[in-house]
Write a protein that binds this ligand. Structure first.
Ligand code: HPA
Length: 272
């Protein structure tokens, strides 16, 4: 099967199991996946049920599509995203975004855990992504273009829609949710960055570093899906405080911001 046939087959498989077409997609990052549990009338379809679908391997990431309603919208959430560092190609790990496009998704909310590069950030901060730097060394749009999804050379000038960000900032401020804003820089991982890499990231204009989100955002942009990105700053990036980094710390801080993160996603779904 070609990549395009696999995507269509998976979308048909999922379509046959849901009562309506989702208009909003959510991809939930490390420690943030339980937002999907709050959807009502949930239908959970594990990756392992879907023919020819890649499997998630990271601790803290359960692999499933979760369909359900929230804030009056029908939503599809990807619980347990696929990462480049797991060995998936960029084309494979963005299959869920193309599947979402075929299911009817018009807006995609991407969330992740990230290291803070900007000295004004603190662990536990939530950052709206304003733009990104693709430092992963790869790109999901490389390969034979599938014209049914969009153009060969997508424009990404306003990838993380400024108008939408402004609306969200206003409403978040009204609800007392403090939001940072900044540029997300993707490294392949799986090691955390070196202190020298983090200094470079700051010099080239990054505010946070992480190992995801950029591939999904690029594919969504190609498919004409609006993108919103939220980073949960779970730690200051390597070398900023001199402390060691750990996956446990990432999960602990993500757990601490749980309630604020949920309120923010609720607010976003209500506005979309
Ligand atoms: N670097 C990269 N990815 C991350 C980090 C980090 O410091 N924290 C959480 N995800």
């Amino acid at each position: 099967m070609t990549l395009s046939q696999r995507i269509h087959a998976a979308a048909d498989f999922l379509s046959a199991r849901i009562p309506e077409r989702p208009s909003i997609g959510l991809i939930l990052g490390s420690g943030l996946g339980d937002y999907a549990d709050t959807l009502s009338d949930r239908i959970v379809i594990p990756f392992s049920d879907i023919p020819d679908f890649p499997q998630a391997t990271v601790e803290g990431h359960v692999g499933a599509f979760v369909f359900g309603s929230c804030q009056g919208k029908y939503v599809v959430a990807l619980q347990g995203r696929l990462h480049y560092y797991e060995g998936h190609s960029m084309q494979e790990l963005t299959l869920p975004v193309r599947i979402m496009a075929l299911l009817g998704v018009k807006q995609l909310v991407l969330t992740n855990a990230a290291g803070g590069v900007n000295y004004n950030f603190r662990p536990g901060d939530l950052m709206l992504i304003t733009d990104h730097i693709n430092y992963s060394g790869a790109n999901p749009l490389i390969g034979v273009n599938m014209p049914e999804f969009g153009p060969r050379f997508p424009d990404v000038t306003d990838l993380y829609s400024k108008a939408l960000r402004e609306k969200i900032r206003l409403e978040a401020a009204r609800q007392g949710i403090v939001l940072q804003q900044g540029v997300y820089m993707m490294f392949s991982g799986p090691n955390y960055e070196t202190p020298a890499e983090v200094r470079m990231a700051r010099i080239v204009g990054a505010d946070a570093v992480g190992m995801s989100t950029v591939p999904e955002a690029l594919v969504a942009a190609q498919c004409g899906i609006g993108v919103l990105g939220i980073s949960c700053i779970t730690n200051m990036a390597a070398g900023v405080t001199g402390e060691k980094l750990s996956h446990q710390e990432v999960m602990d801080i993500a757990a601490q911001v749980h309630d604020t993160f949920h309120s923010l996603v609720d607010l976003i779904l209500a506005l979309l």
